[in-house]
Write a protein that binds this ligand. Structure first.
Ligand code: FMN
Length: 190
């Protein structure tokens, strides 16, 4: 098992028919996840005991899965290590992991992850693109902004969306449109 790298891997975490961006941490050979309470991912990890880390480079998928659900057709079911798991059809690669809840804080579950199977589906390379990276940054800030309404986060989102506009391509432009709509919807319901 070696697809994920040291540090925090910003993957799309899938559980049964649910997808959300999640940061899988790899430090000193140990995989962990800090999963904030209240999400479907937490609920599913508690019930199902697995998560798949999907490696994806489509900015639209990050924005969509951060804020809403994907249709069932977006998932493929796989059987690994006697376990039926769901991964994304569009994954370039995926790592199925068993989950062990190590502890719970007031805000989050601290989850240990044990990779049981990994697969590369598509051999693709990704030249570094600041537009894509900025969509990831903007989406992280946006998931916090919709919870807190902090105006400093709104400014950071604006900064990253401007960079995504300058450096991105068609998929980044589509992601900007979708993310801007979510932020507007949130502001309108203030
Ligand atoms: C790049 C990125 C990384 C994220 N990492 C985490 C994480 O490690 N833990 C977490 O609880 N939420 C994380 N989030 C926020 C969740 O994706 C967000 O709360 C999502 O709405 C949860 O969806 P769900 O209810 O379908 O699980 C991250 C968001 C982004 C954009």
């Amino acid at each position: 098992m070696g697809l994920l790298r040291e540090g925090i891997n910003e993957v799309i975490g899938t559980t049964t028919v649910n997808a959300a961006p999640m940061g899988v941490i790899l430090r000193n050979g140990r995989y962990t996840l800090v999963a904030f309470l209240g999400s479907h991912t937490v609920e599913n990890i508690e019930k199902q005991g697995y998560m798949v880390a999907n490696i994806v480079h489509d900015p639209v998928i990050y924005v969509m899965t951060a804020f809403e659900d994907l249709p069932e057709e977006a998932f493929v079911s796989e059987t690994v290590d006697g376990l039926t798991v769901h991964r994304l059809d569009c994954a370039e690669a995926w790592v199925a992991m068993r989950t062990v809840i190590e502890r719970e804080t007031a805000e989050a579950l601290i989850v240990g992850l044990e990779p049981v199977h990994e697969e590369i589906v598509r051999h693709v390379v990704h030249p570094v693109n600041r537009g894509f990276n900025s969509i990831i940054e903007a989406t992280v800030h946006a998931t916090r902004y919709v919870r807190t309404g902090d105006p400093a986060l709104r400014d950071l989102i604006g900064h990253h969306l401007a960079l995504a506009k300058k450096c991105g391509g068609k998929r980044e432009y589509e992601a900007i449109k979708i993310l801007s709509n979510y932020i507007e919807i949130y502001s309108a319901s203030d």
